[in-house]
Design a protein around this ligand. Structure first.
Ligand SMILES: [Mg+2]
Length: 189
C-alpha cells in the first residue's frame, strides 16, 4: 500500500521544540502546560507577541527550529520503518519552503526515517498537497492540519489526523499514539 505522511507535528514534535527555543531566545520561562494550552497552530501568543511579531520570530528562528534536535513522536520512526520493511511505499509531503526541501530530507534521513529520494515532496502550499496526494493515489495520508485534511475529504485516500490541540473538531480517524497506527489501518493488499 501507499502511505503518505506530513512531517511537522505529524511525525516530529516541531511546535513543542520551537516553543522551547522561544523560551530561551525570549528569556521567558513558560511551562509545558502553557504550551499544551495553545489551541492554534502558531505558538507566539503566550510570549506576548502579535501575529506579525510571531511570524517574524518564527522566520528568524527557522534554522534552529528545523535543523537542531527536534524529537520524533515516540513510535513514529519505528512505525514507518516497519511499514517500509513490509514492502509498503512511504511518501513524505511537507509544506516546508522549497529552499528547505533537500536539507529537510537529509535531516530526516539522519533521524533514521526510511526515505526514498523521489518519494519526498516539499515546497507546496497546504491546499496544494491534494494534487500530489491524488496523483500518487495514496491509500492512507496522515496530517495534523485541518486546512490540509479538509481539502482531502472527497478523495478516496483514507485520512488520519494526528491528534493536536488545534484539530479536535475534525471528525476522522484520530492518531494519538504512533504505537497504535498499525492497528488502525487495514492491512489489505
Ligand atoms: Mg504538519
Amino acid at each position: 500500500m501507499k502511505f503518505g505522511f506530513d512531517i511537522d507535528d505529524t511525525l516530529i514534535n516541531l511546535r513543542e521544540h520551537a516553543f522551547r527555543i522561544y523560551t530561551k531566545r525570549l528569556k521567558q520561562d513558560l511551562s509545558l502546560e502553557t504550551f499544551k494550552g495553545i489551541d492554534r497552530v502558531e505558538i507566539h501568543e503566550p510570549f506576548g507577541l502579535t501575529d506579525a511579531e510571531g511570524k517574524e520570530m518564527w522566520n528568524r528562528s527557522l534554522e534552529e527550529i528545523y535543523y537542531t534536535d527536534c524529537p520524533a513522536f515516540p513510535g513514529a520512526r519505528e512505525t514507518l520503518l516497519d511499514l517500509a520493511e513490509e514492502g509498503h511505499e512511504i511518501y513524505y509531503i511537507t509544506a516546508r519552503p522549497k529552499e528547505h526541501g533537500i536539507r529537510t530530507r537529509e535531516w530526516m534521513k539522519e533521524k533514521g526515517f526510511p526515505i526514498t529520494d523521489d518519494r519526498f515532496f516539499y515546497g507546496m502550499q497546504d491546499e496544494e498537497k491534494i494534487k500530489i496526494i491524488e496523483e500518487l493515489g495514496l491509500d492512507y495520508y496522515v496530517d495534523d492540519k485541518p486546512a490540509v485534511l479538509n481539502t482531502l475529504l472527497h478523495t478516496p485516500t483514507q485520512l488520519i489526523v494526528k491528534d493536536q490541540s488545534y484539530n479536535k473538531e475534525l471528525e476522522m480517524e484520530r492518531l494519538i499514539d504512533w504505537d497504535d497506527f498499525k492497528s488502525m489501518i487495514k492491512m489489505g493488499t
